[in-house]
Write a protein that binds this ligand. Structure first.
Ligand SMILES: NC(=O)c1ccc[n+]([C@@H]2O[C@H](COP(=O)([O-])OP(=O)(O)OC[C@H]3O[C@@H](n4cnc5c(N)ncnc54)[C@H](OP(=O)(O)O)[C@@H]3O)[C@@H](O)[C@H]2O)c1
Length: 210
């Protein structure tokens, strides 16, 4: 699959690296091909390529948005995302680890408004980047860490779920994009536990069924 990344920092580079390892054709849709984040991502995974954002997005089946939340509008401006699956990895974080949009709407719905013709799926947000770099939690048999996702387009959710599986996660489709607000609150909880309360980043959630 052809996958483009807008943003190749801690989150983007980790996911791009592992998707390239999984055999995908991954391009960094870089505003500045010489930026530090692009150079570091290429050094980490030489199979990545770099392209101008418009061309990279036009050629992609799936586009990952992994920019600071405040940069989303600028990062998406001028891109033709018609029909593209747009994976929103961004989190609106406000003062004191509050929800950056005061919980009135999700950041993912705001992304959908910025890219109305895209098929937005919220995913790869509820943990720190360390878990996107390495999703392995050995010792639990077949139980995989869960990746919650949400989006209005069922087929897009399935496509992103397949990518989750390839990256070592059990996808859990939480339904419509409006449910992304719950994922964003879960993200804030993870950040509080991991970073503010000092548990560290090496834990994830799992889904147990009976
Ligand atoms: N860090 C985490 O553990 C974590 C976990 C889950 C979700 N998130 C969310 O994921 C997103 C990215 O976080 P991160 O930690 O990966 O950030 P980061 O390391 O600061 O990387 C940000 C990336 O976005 C690019 N960028 C910035 N402004 C841009 C613009 N206007 N247009 C295009 N590209 C732009 C930067 O490119 P340049 O090099 O050119 O500046 C860089 O590649 C955030 O929304 C964050 O909330 C973070």
């Amino acid at each position: 699959m052809k996958i483009a990344f807008i943003g190749s920092g801690q989150v983007g580079a980790a996911l791009a690296d592992n998707l390239a390892k999984a055999g995908h054709d991954v391009v960094l849709a870089a505003r500045d091909p010489g930026s530090e984040s692009v150079r570091a991502a290429l050094a980490r995974q030489p199979r990545l390529t770099v392209g101008a954002p418009a061309a990279a997005v036009a050629a992609a089946d799936v586009v990952f948005l992994a920019t600071p939340y405040a940069a989303n509008s600028a990062a998406l401006a001028g891109l033709d995302l018609r029909g593209k699956v747009l994976v929103d990895c961004t989190n609106p974080v406000g003062p004191g680890l509050s929800h950056g949009l005061e919980s009135r709407t999700s950041g993912a719905e705001a992304v959908q408004r910025l890219a109305p013709d895209a098929r937005v799926v919220k995913a790869f947000t509820i943990y720190g980047w360390e878990n996107f770099a390495d999703s392995a939690y050995p010792g639990y048999g077949d139980l995989k860490p869960v990746m919650l996702l949400a989006g209005d387009d069922a087929a897009a959710n399935v496509q992103v779920g397949t990518l989750c599986r390839e990256l070592g996660w059990e996808p859990l489709d939480c339904g419509p994009l409006a449910h992304a607000l719950h994922l964003e609150h879960l993200t804030l909880l993870w950040i509080k536990l991991a970073r503010a309360q000092g548990r560290g980043p090496n834990f994830v959630w799992a889904m147990l069924r009976r």
